[in-house]
Design a protein around this ligand. Structure first.
Ligand code: PAF
Length: 283
């Protein structure tokens, strides 16, 4: 059965109040829809851990710094609800825009430090949009646990820090990236790739894995990153925005993987910006 769709905060609150009164643990999976196996794996994780599961779908205009990107973002609500049917989700919260940003809304949540690097400079205002909407979704759902994919690793750290700094009582749980058989990280943006674009995009994970393996052996990052960049361009990527090796907790830049690290690659193929990352564990 497809889960019920709620569009108003009062309806959501009526449901969650009852759950909380019964002492039930509530999990939330925030999404922007266009659900794929990655999102469904988050719903599955929430289902396994919690008594109640809410999936939210809201294409948040405040996190898009490019209006074209917002206009192109896929909107597939009916299919999304059908996809969630087998996952035992209790409710899908698809707030009307005024439930998130009522007239006169004038608050922005800024997380500094973690947002100064990688996606931050390339997407001005993005993380403020994310932190603001996620803070609202946490407070509106009053969930006990929230599930985010590690594909958006920087977002996961930003959201965790935001919840901690604002004393929002929620546990932010990171779940592994789900990949296509080709290794391509699942993303709603993959829907925008042509067949040729998909072939190019699929080559990124192999290049990233090879680089991660060399880094795990303790080799210096800078020359290897240059080599990987050339390989990406050879594979058909039109632009490589960044290849970074960073500390897995603080996102501090590392010259080599001397402690648990994360390798991040963001590049454009077929007019689509594709982000990905993997852990690098020194051997
Ligand atoms: O990762 C996403 O889909 C979005 O950034 C999120 C967390 C749902 C906030 O709009």
């Amino acid at each position: 059965m497809t889960p019920p769709i709620l569009r108003r905060l009062t309806d959501l609150r009526a449901l969650t109040s009852e759950w909380h009164q019964n002492g039930e643990v509530v999990g939330v999976v925030p999404t922007m829809g266009a659900l794929h196996q990655g999102h469904l794996s988050l719903a599955q994780a929430a289902r396994a851990d919690c008594d109640r599961v809410i999936v939210t779908i809201f294409v948040n205009p405040r996190q898009f710094n490019n209006p074209e990107d917002l206009a192109k973002y896929p909107r597939t609500e009916i299919e999304d609800a059908e996809k969630l049917a087998p996952y035992g989700v209790d409710a899908i919260y698809v707030p009307d825009p005024d439930q998130i940003y009522p007239e006169g809304f004038s608050t922005t949540v800024t997380v500094s430090g973690l947002t100064d690097v990688m996606e931050g400079p390339f997407r001005p205002g993005h993380f403020e949009g994310v932190a603001t909407v996620v803070a609202k979704l946490f407070l509106q759902t009053r969930a006990d646990r929230a599930y985010f994919g590690e594909k958006d690793y920087q977002q996961l750290l930003v959201v965790r820090r935001m919840a901690r700094d604002l004393d929002i009582q929620i546990e932010v749980i990171g779940c592994p990236t789900i990949r296509e058989p080709s290794g391509l990280a699942m993303s709603s943006r993959n829907l925008m790739l042509s067949r040729e674009g998909l072939n190019i995009a699929a080559k990124k994970s192999g290049i990233m894995r090879a680089l991660a393996a060399e880094l795990a052996n303790g080799q210096a990052f800078a020359p290897l990153a240059q080599k990987a960049k050339a390989e990406l361009i050879d594979a058909g990527f039109t632009e490589v925005e960044y290849i970074d090796l960073r500390c897995a907790d603080s996102l501090e830049e590392l010259p080599r993987a001397s402690r648990p690290a994360r390798l991040f690659i963001t590049a454009w193929a077929d007019g689509v910006r594709l982000i990905d990352n993997i852990p690098v564990t020194p051997v």
